[in-house]
Write a protein that binds this ligand. Structure first.
Ligand code: CS2
Length: 457
């Protein structure tokens, strides 16, 4: 028996369900409707409509595959969200998604929804690589052609022509200064492809920065099976997450928005301290656990953090390397933040796969590790935990140990083959390498990484 609006009443009483009328306009178009969006922004928006706000249904766009549409369309876009903490699971039904569309085949409908006066907000969780940036950060036009840029650009031009207000564009991805980056990249597209839209875009659209946080492992077949046992019906779109959730949003909107702050979001004037702490501490530690954890033979985050050697590296990365580079904002205590993160990583009920975090490292380590390295280096300090992480990442992308899922997998493997273990650090991170940043490895740092790599290979 498959979940759908017709059989919602047969759900166990313990499963809370939307009490609002779902036949409302879509005020939000979301690009990248994966598990994270469904467990985070869509849940906040569901709470807003549950509290009586209207007009905030979400049209979700899947950028590449039709799989989310296949999961949700037969279920009238309903899905359950299960919060898992040790020993307990709590499930609620989310009603805020109205439609799921696929970027290629449904392009016209997506443009129509975005151009509609009912729509006020476009949100994005397209992952780091979905922004189609070249290694110098500028827009990679051939890649961007298949991304959200042309769709959004067409819709914005229609809004301008029809005299409709601009949109608030919310990048909810783990990029530093995500709003600013989205603005810069979108402008690059507009300047090249629709230059007459430039001034209108600048005057009418905003791109607030934000920090989003919730650990959402990819749902497994076992997750779906055990949920089915518990709720008596099959939910192919179910998502599973932790109790913790955080959303810090810069107060910079072009028009109306849901009152997310009534349901736990923080609307602030400066997101940077939160975003930087999250990227360098949480995500930085995650990537270290992923590459080092896999090399130590672990599968899940909770196993890796229970490994004494890795646990001490993670603490070192967070408190001695990353935290000193962060100008903490009001009420932010980075030591307790680090403790909370370790506790979240320990959650045994999540089964968060290290391999999931290990994906797309070339797009992630810049904001997670290299910014910290650059700042510490400028103060004459070196960061052994991060450098150890780099050795494990390089080992990973050699392609010799396991399958590498990364848009740069082929070129990184080619660099390895050409430069060999002795030259790979500078070939990747040095001048002309694919991961150039403000951090240029010093001789001592190169030697440190080389030592670790030799031990690994
Ligand atoms: C993780 C993140 O997969 C990854 O790279 O580090 O998805 C992480 O779980 C989230 O950012 C937590 O908010």
């Amino acid at each position: 028996m498959r979940l759908s609006s017709e059989i919602v009443s047969r759900l166990p009483d313990a499963v809370a369900r939307p009490g609002y009328d779902r036949a409302q306009p879509c005020g939000i178009v979301h690009f990248g409707i994966g598990a994270f969006h469904r467990a985070h922004q869509a849940a906040y928006t569901d709470a807003c409509m549950g509290a009586g706000e209207s007009g905030w249904m979400i049209a979700g766009v899947s950028m590449r595959s039709a799989s989310v549409a296949d999961q949700l369309n037969p279920q009238d876009e309903l899905y359950t969200l299960t919060v898992r903490s040790a020993g307990e699971s709590e499930t609620r039904l989310i009603g805020s998604v109205a439609e799921v569309l696929v970027a290629g085949p449904d392009r016209d409908r997506i443009v129509e929804l975005l151009a509609s006066p009912d729509c006020h907000v476009a949100t994005f969780t397209v992952t780091e690589k979905g922004y189609c940036r070249k290694s110098d950060g500028s827009l990679d036009f051939p890649k961007a052609e298949d991304g959200f840029y042309p769709i959004l650009c067409d819709a914005l031009a229609l809004r301008r022509d029809a005299g409709v207000a601009g949109l608030s564009l919310l990048s909810c991805d783990n990029l530093s200064g995500n709003g600013k980056q989205l603005r810069r990249l979108m402008l690059e597209w507009i300047e090249a492809r629709a230059p007459d839209l430039r001034d209108w875009f600048i005057e009418n659209c905003t791109t607030p920065d934000m920090m989003v946080d919730r650990i959402v492992p990819a749902s497994s077949d076992e997750d779906l099976d055990s949920l089915e046992q518990r709720i008596g019906m099959r939910d192919e779109g179910a998502v599973f997450t932790e109790a913790f959730t955080q959303w810090v949003i810069e107060d910079d909107f072009a028009g109306p928005r849901p009152s997310w702050e009534d349901h736990g979001a923080q609307i602030v004037s400066d997101v940077a301290p939160f975003e930087t702490a999250k990227l360098r501490m949480l995500n930085g530690a995650h990537s270290l656990l992923a590459y080092a954890g896999l090399d130590h033979g672990h599968t899940f985050v909770h196993e890796a953090i229970a490994d004494a050697a890795l646990r001490s590296l993670v603490k070192q990365l967070m408190t001695e390397e990353a935290a000193p580079t962060i100008a903490a904002g009001d009420g932010q205590d980075l030591d307790s933040y680090a403790d909370e993160l370790v506790a979240r990583f320990e959650n045994p009920a999540l089964n968060h796969r290290l391999a999931q975090i290990a994906m797309d490292g070339s797009q992630k380590v810049g904001q997670r590790w290299l910014e910290t390295l650059a700042i510490q280096q400028s103060q004459g300090k070196s960061c052994e935990a991060i450098l150890t992480g780099i050795a494990h990442w390089l080992n990973h992308v050699s392609g010799d140990v396991r399958q590498v899922e990364d848009p740069q997998a082929d070129s990184l493997r080619a660099i390895w083959q050409q430069a060999g273990a002795d030259g790979v650090v500078l070939a990747v991170f040095g001048e002309g390498g694919p991961l150039q940043s403000d951090w240029t490895p010093s001789e001592t740092e190169v030697a440190f990484i080389d030592d670790r790599l030799t031990a690994l290979r």
